[in-house]
Design a protein around this ligand. Structure first.
Ligand SMILES: C[S@@+](CC[C@H](N)C(=O)[O-])C[C@H]1O[C@@H](n2cnc3c(N)ncnc32)[C@H](O)[C@@H]1O
Length: 223
């Protein structure tokens, strides 16, 4: 269970008042909860439905497949989209493959196996939507490669950027084992939140989403 950063009763309201998942998505969501596999929380599921219906991206990249829940959700929302999704964990890959074989009815999904650090460089394609849901400390490392492959007007969503609320504390108050992630996330905010060629917004859903829009063809990141 991820740590919610907004009041518990509001989180509960968001999770139970909004439209539940149905069919195979409900089954995979329940399986993930039962097996303690981290997938996007239900408030993010509902948010994705509205956002993706509005944006209608055609080419999607996801980093962090796990068992393929968010991948299949995006495929369900966008029947005409193509999705590339990357994961490096063999156990997750095998469960994702099973789920894709059963539920990727329109053959929209390509699963790329390996570390995103190696795979990203091999992708010669432009995307209009990127969902980042992998190791948080690496978001900033992947950002330049992602921006190169994002169309002008394209959107990136980074999941879990609040570190259970630690992100708002001074670093001395953060446990030593969590400080690499803390530093990585702060570098991500420094690179994106006030960049003149990006529009960025932090959204307090689940453990925090960062949404970034690329407003120019070429975006230079100042480090
Ligand atoms: C939070 S889970 C993804 C959940 C999924 N997006 C969902 O909501 O259904 C994170 C996944 O990212 C993968 N991952 C973490 N770092 C990675 C990396 N550098 N390259 C590829 N996969 C990575 C892990 O193996 C794990 O399966």
């Amino acid at each position: 269970m991820r740590r919610p950063v907004v009041k518990e009763e509001i989180v509960d309201f968001l999770r139970h008042k909004q439209e539940p998942s149905t069919g195979f998505l409900a089954e995979i969501e329940a399986f993930a909860h039962q097996e303690n596999i981290p997938i996007i929380q239900h408030e993010v599921v509902v948010y994705f439905r509205v956002l993706l219906q509005a944006l209608q991206p055609k080419e999607i990249l996801e980093i962090g497949t796990a068992i393929g829940f968010s991948t299949l959700l995006m495929a369900d929302i966008l029947p005409h989209a193509k999705i590339k999704t990357i994961d490096r964990n063999p156990e997750m890959i095998s469960l994702a493959q099973e789920n894709f074989a059963k539920y990727d009815y329109r053959k929209q999904i390509t699963l790329l196996e390996g570390d995103a650090a190696d795979i990203l460089g091999q992708i010669d394609q432009q995307f209009d939507f990127v969902f980042m849901d992998s190791a948080k400390s690496k978001y900033i490392v992947f950002l330049p490669e992602i921006l190169k492959r994002l169309k002008k007007g394209g959107i990136i969503i980074f999941d879990d950027v609040f570190q259970g609320g630690d992100i708002a504390k001074p670093i001395e108050e953060v446990r030593r084992g969590q400080r690499t992630i803390y530093r990585g996330l702060h570098r991500l905010f420094e690179a994106t939140l006030n960049h003149p060629d990006l529009s960025s917004s932090l959204v307090p859903l689940s453990d925090g989403l960062l949404i970034v829009r690329k407003n120019q063809e070429y975006v230079d990141l100042v480090d």
